[in-house]
Write a protein that binds this ligand. Sequence first.
Ligand SMILES: [Fe+2]
Ligand SMILES: [Fe+2]
Length: 274
Amino acid sequence: MPDLDDLLDVFGTYFVHERFPRPIADGVQWIGGCSALFMDKERQDLVHSALNTYLITGTEKTLLVDTAHPGLWDTYLPALEKALGGRRLDYVMPTHPEIPHGGSLSMLYDAHPEVKVVGDVRDYFLYHPSVPDSAYQAMAPGSTLDLGGREFEFVDSVFRDLPNTIWGFDHGSRVLFPADGFAFFHWHREDTCGFTAEESGIEPSTEMYSVMTAIVSGIGHLDVESRIQRFMDLLERFAPSMLAPAHGTVVADIPVALNYLTALRNDSRAGISK
Ligand SMILES: [Fe+2]
Ligand SMILES: [Fe+2]
C-alpha cells in the first residue's frame, strides 16, 4: 500500500487514465476521467467519481456526449484527439451545463471550431460567451442526427438535476447515455478506474447507487414511480445494450443497473418522511 502522500500526489487531482480512449461498442469510444473526492484515512484509499464522455463515430459524422470536466482538460484533449484519429469533431451534446458536463465547452470550441453544439442549448451562451451563436443547433427530444450508418437520438431526460438535461441514444450500438442517472462512486484501485462494471467485477448495488441519488433534483418531492415507469418504457422502446452514464461506469448488465431504480425509490421515501 503506497502512503497517503503518494496517493494524493498521483490521484488527488483530476486525470484521464492512459487506458482511455476505450472502445465499448462498435463505433463508441469511452473517454473518462476521474476526480478524487474523499479520502478515508483509515483505509488510506480514495473515493473517485468518474467523469465520463463518449465519442460516437459514424461513417460521415462524429458526436461527443459531454465536454469533459475542465479539470481534466490537459489530459483529456490528447485522449479525444486519439479517439478522433484525425476525423473532425462534428457535434458535441453537453448533457447539461454543469461543470463536469458542459464546463469545457469554450476550450472544446477553441480546439474544434467546426463543432456544432447540439441538444437543449438554451443557456450555454451565458457560461461560454466566446462560443458564437452560430455554433448552436437546438435539437428537441425525439429528434435524430444521421451520423452515417447510425442515428443518434436526443432523449428527454428521466432522472436529472437541471431542467435542460438531455439524454441520448445511439441506434447503431444501442448504447443509452443517461447523464447523471445511474451514478455511483468507486474506490480507487488500478483495476477499477476506467473499466466497465463487468470488467472490474462490480455489480452496482442499491447501496452504491443510493449515495448519488441525491443529485436527482427534488427527489423527495418527485413522483418517482411515474419517473420509473417512464424509464421502463424507455427500456422497452430502446432495448439498450448498455448504459453509459457520466458518473459511475459503463454497465452492460441492464437488470443489475435496475438497482438504481430501487435506490431512487428508497431514497425518495426517506426524503418524504424527513
Ligand atoms: Fe448534474
Ligand atoms: Fe453530474
